[in-house]
Design a protein around this ligand. Structure first.
Ligand SMILES: C[S@@+](CC[C@H](N)C(=O)[O-])C[C@H]1O[C@@H](n2cnc3c(N)ncnc32)[C@H](O)[C@@H]1O
Length: 273
């Protein structure tokens, strides 16, 4: 398979991790090492990977994350990796693990990878690479899980983080690794208008990634609402919502407004309902 011209940055990451596969290496002040076994397992556990999942590992190194996803959790997977030797090594390892039929490894630039088939995306990259990937990750289907070893995603705060001991870690000062999980939130910002019998209902929402706040109006009464999205579901003290396609469904009655559960809202076509 041909490789679309990799950037110098990509080659830097690649060279660093090739060395990392045999141990750890500091490269241009940025240390690299493949994920330790306990970290690999935690990355898959925290995402709740199971047999219905398709895991894409961006920069798959020796293939360990995708192979473990298939052999231990029954998932299918794709590893994209810029170094042909690592892809060869991954394919051999998949054969040996008996999961060659469930996983695929491609020589491919992670920035040119179609992420839409993924239900889980895993990464052990660099902070600025995570930030470059962030817009594409936020466009994935609500509920898609993103897991990053060590590096965060700026002001898109993780939904969960665990810290694991890694006594053999030879990069950095700490003998531990962080595993961060994000669940891609539905995009609910904007004005939503009640449908059917609820034409006097509207919901105006502002959204900062998983965090949502706004105003719910029903007839003459309004109330402020807040909540946190987990994928397509919002759970707040005063509002429960589920996003499906272009629709929002209120999952709990809002008694203060006399609004029943099950009320549906559609995105406003313009500035008003
Ligand atoms: C830190 S290693 C992580 C390997 C593996 N995911 C793990 O956690 O054990 C990062 C990997 O990304 C690969 N890589 C770097 N830039 C890449 C790019 N633009 N496209 C695909 N792979 C890339 C490197 O070759 C390296 O194997």
């Amino acid at each position: 398979m041909s490789l679309a011209s990799p950037s110098p940055r990509a080659l830097l990451l690649a060279a660093a991790c090739l060395s990392g596969a045999a141990g750890a290496q500091s490269f241009d002040e940025v240390p690299f090492v493949t994920s330790a076994d306990n970290v690999t397992l935690e990355m898959l556990r925290i995402a709740g990977v199971g047999s219905k999942d398709h895991v894409i590992d961006l920069g798959s190194g020796d293939g360990r994350i995708v192979i473990t996803a298939a052999s231990r959790f029954g998932a299918t997977g794709l590893g994209v990796e810029i170094v042909p030797e690592l892809v060869e090594k991954s394919r051999r390892a998949a054969q040996q693990a008996g999961v060659a039929g469930k996983v695929d490894f491609r020589i491919q630039d992670l920035f040119k990878t179609d992420l839409s088939p993924a239900t889980v995306v895993t990464m052990y990259l660099l902070p600025d690479v995570n930030l470059q990937l962030r817009p594409a990750l936020l466009k994935l289907a609500p509920g898609t899980r993103i897991v990053s070893h060590d590096w965060d995603m700026g002001d898109w705060l993780p939904d969960q983080t665990t810290v694991l001991p890694v006594p053999d870690k030879t990069v950095g000062l700490e003998k531990s690794s962080k595993v961060h999980l994000w669940v891609v939130p539905a995009r609910v910002e904007g004005l939503w208008c009640g449908t059917g019998a609820a034409t006097d209902t509207r919901l105006k929402l502002a959204q900062q990634h998983q965090v949502v706040q706004g105003t719910l109006t029903h007839g003459p009464r309004s109330q402020l609402v807040t909540g946190r999205l987990e994928g397509a579901r919002l759970q707040g003290p005063d509002l429960g919502l589920e996003a499906t396609g272009g629709e929002l469904r209120i999952t709990r009655a809002v008694e203060a407004l006399g609004l029943p559960a099950g009320t549906s809202l559609r995105r406003a076509a313009g500035e008003r309902c």
